[in-house]
Write a protein that binds this ligand. Structure first.
Ligand SMILES: [Zn+2]
Length: 92
């Protein structure tokens, strides 16, 4: 991603944006991508909540199935989260 000028959503002044998620405004030091970061955090929290529900379901199953499911679920959620992160970063 290229370095570019961006209007800060906080102080409405132009600042330098290097395309990074955690870039800060050169004028007021606010996070330029705060909204996007919040969005990502929210998605992560949602996934965690779903994971907790899955864990509760799995807890009722027998130990071997539980162990396999646990591993598969972790792997699956990791992949999904990566895809969501990429989509959010690209599409905005
Ligand atoms: Zn600012």
């Amino acid at each position: 991603m290229a370095k570019q000028e961006l209007k800060c959503p906080h102080c409405k002044e132009w600042t330098v944006w290097q395309g990074q998620l955690h870039d800060r405004c050169i004028n007021c030091n606010a996070l330029l991508e705060e909204e996007k970061i919040n969005k990502l955090n929210k998605l992560a929290a949602k996934k965690e909540a779903q994971e907790a529900v899955e864990q509760a379901k799995i807890a009722k199953q027998n130990p071997i199935v539980r162990k396999i499911s646990n591993y598969a679920a972790t792997l699956f959620i990791g992949i999904i989260l990566s895809i969501i992160a990429v989509v959010v970063l690209v599409a905005g």
